[in-house]
Design a binder for this molecule. Structure first.
Ligand code: CMP
Length: 138
């Protein structure tokens, strides 16, 4: 069964969207098999987004991701990586499809409420960035 990493970002947590995001997952038969809330420091945020370190938005992104608590989850299901990406909508909320989380709630390209892994290899490295095997219920 495929797994992916989901993060409800600091904007989503601050705005009280944890329940809304999880409701959408459950309504779409996506199973949460691990979950925790944590507040990344700047080094942890930079480590998580290391692939983006050359991008012009890296500093702003990692400042934002370490600005408050996030909820990290492991999701499991058939084709869960693409299924969850569909539920999230495009990174840029202006291009996101109707009814997606980002279309409904994102306020800019950075404060886009949720993160999801973009492929199987990223999913596996992102999952092990946050969870050890004892924390996974699946
Ligand atoms: P995420 O899916 O978490 O992956 C990288 C994040 O960088 C992205 O969501 C956005 O929150 C943020 N970001 C900020 N500016 C940009 C940009 N111009 N293009 C892509 N991602 C951006």
């Amino acid at each position: 069964m495929e797994k992916t990493l989901s993060i409800i970002k600091p904007d989503g947590v601050k705005r009280g969207l944890i329940g809304e995001v999880i409701r959408r997952l459950e309504n779409n038969k996506i199973k949460v098999i691990a979950i925790k809330m944590l507040h990344m420091d700047i080094n942890q945020a930079q480590g998580f987004y290391a692939v983006h370190q050359e991008r012009p938005f890296f500093k702003s992104l990692t400042d934002f991701m370490s600005s408050g608590p996030v909820v990290v989850m492991i999701l499991e299901g058939d084709n869960v990586i693409s299924k969850y990406r569909e539920l999230m909508g495009a990174t840029n909320y202006k291009e996101a499809a109707e009814g997606t989380i980002r279309k409904d709630f994102a306020t800019d390209i950075e404060k886009n409420v949720v993160h999801g892994s973009d492929g199987p290899e990223t999913a596996s490295s992102e999952i092990s960035y946050f969870f050890n095997t004892f924390e996974i219920a699946g």
